[in-house]
Design a protein around this ligand. Structure first.
Ligand SMILES: [Fe+2]
Length: 437
């Protein structure tokens, strides 16, 4: 899968330590009383993740990459896998509700033992493809989990969290404090000419990529028109108040079933006070920020599920972009509002210097970008040895590709070939969207 080449083990050790410090800071945001709770019903309780991160590094790097033995076979087994059932009911049998979780002291002692073993193995690790793949699988896995932990922390009641700025370069900023963007951007579109997009990564030119990033291949993309900015909360409010959540014709069968089953009437990041059939006013609606409920941020990108994004696009007579169209529109774009820059988004279009050469803003940052592309393998796909179930378990036609990055995406994960994916009815991710025609 990877280049066989010497690697900078000191840089890798620095990254490992940086990862571990940030993870520790993330767990310190939680009131210890919430340690065994499950902020998202579809996911494991918090205790699982504090053990899972070091357990997985041992599995991917030491065991699968270097052929070394376990540090603690029992705890590595307990902390091996997360869950992704398709509904909250389905979560029950796999929920671990009957699992007896270890004390936090035991989890932390296990984590220290794993860290010591990983750091001891790094300096003279062999530069074999297996070892390099295992190492970067472990490093990127932890960085990815930091974002998914923050999704969960966003769901916790405020009294279970403690504000901190130790790992974040800034706190949530409210609208109007950033570079002022030209007012007409919000409703403007850009024409992207016909051309080729290169999807995927070339195995010969990268040290590491996940299995779903290979092989690199060109895709011809016809010309299309795309919104300059992502859809904002203010724009999405019009859809909600136009009865968007009651119109069967705007939703897929799966999306509609989700609305009915869970009574969804607005985005999961909105705190609304209205009864279901009344209009929502922005005065009475708040944004569920990480540490407090904020006044409705009309000019921030709306974070919604794929089903909600698709319904809005249909309402507009438009559609979501494909994965290949993202590559075309994002040509020359650079990251903006990423790498733990904050706990929440900033107003759409706040980072004009990160716009693509086509003048499209916020394609790499301020929230992942939903695409209409069903997650699947590229030609030449082969499951990776260090984590064979990473992608292959999700090639089920029920997950959609997200591109770009969010405020909680580590800089090491930001590259054009990186692909993220979620079910269409999962509303807790930092994912925005825009429409195309
Ligand atoms: Fe994991």
């Amino acid at each position: 899968m990877m280049l066989s080449t010497a690697i900078d083990t000191r840089a890798a050790a620095d990254w490992y330590r940086r990862n571990r410090q940030r993870s520790e800071a993330l767990f310190d945001l939680i009131d210890p009383a919430a340690y065994y709770t499950r902020p998202i019903l579809l996911r494991n309780p918090i205790v699982f993740y504090e053990g899972h991160l070091p357990a997985f590094s041992v599995l991917a790097f030491l065991r699968r990459g270097l052929g070394r033995p376990s540090v603690d076979a029992r705890l590595e087994k307990l902390f091996e896998r997360g869950i992704d059932p398709d509904s909250q009911d389905a979560a029950v049998p796999r929920s671990g509700a009957s699992t007896v979780w270890p004390s936090r002291e035991e989890v932390r002692a296990f984590a220290r033992a794993c860290d010591e073993a990983v750091l001891a193995a790094l300096p003279d690790m062999p530069s074999t493809p297996e070892a390099i793949e295992g190492l970067y699988t472990a490093l990127e896995h932890e960085a990815m989990h930091q974002e998914t932990l923050l999704y969960m922390w966003h769901r916790l009641p405020y009294h279970q969290k403690r504000r901190s700025s130790t790992v974040f370069s800034q706190e949530t900023r409210s609208s109007g404090e950033l570079d002022q963007r030209p007012p007409d951007l919000l409703t403007s579109c850009k024409e992207i000419p016909e051309g080729a997009a290169i999807l995927g990564a070339d195995r010969r030119s990268v040290l590491f990529g996940w299995d779903n990033e290979f092989n690199a291949h060109p895709v011809h993309v016809p010309a299309f028109e795309i919104d300059t900015l992502p859809v904002t909360n203010g724009q999405y409010l019009e859809f909600v108040n136009a009865g968007g959540y009651s119109r069967r014709d705007l939703w897929s069968d799966e999306g509609w079933a989700w609305l009915q089953a869970e009574g969804v009437r607005s985005p999961a990041f909105w705190i609304t006070r209205n009864s279901p059939d009344l209009l929502i006013s922005c005065e009475e609606t708040q944004w569920r920020a990480m540490f407090e409920a904020l006044p409705f941020p009309g000019d921030w990108p709306v974070y919604v599920s794929h089903a909600e994004a698709s319904a809005y696009a249909r309402w507009k007579g438009r559609r979501l972009m494909t994965e290949a169209e993202w590559h075309r529109a994002a040509e020359g774009a650079t990251p903006g509002h990423v790498d733990f820059a904050g706990f929440d988004p900033v107003p759409a279009g706040s980072c004009p210097r990160s716009a693509s050469i086509h003048g499209v803003h916020d394609l790499i940052g301020n929230g992942w970008e939903w695409t209409s592309t069903i997650f699947g393998p590229f030609a030449g796909f082969s499951a990776m040895r260090s984590y064979p179930e990473y992608s292959a378990d999700f090639f089920d036609g029920q997950h959609y590709v997200m591109k770009g990055a969010s405020p909680a995406t580590a800089k090491e994960l930001i590259r054009p070939s990186f692909r993220n994916w979620f079910r269409s009815n999962y509303p807790y991710v930092y994912a925005k969207f825009r429409t195309v025609r």
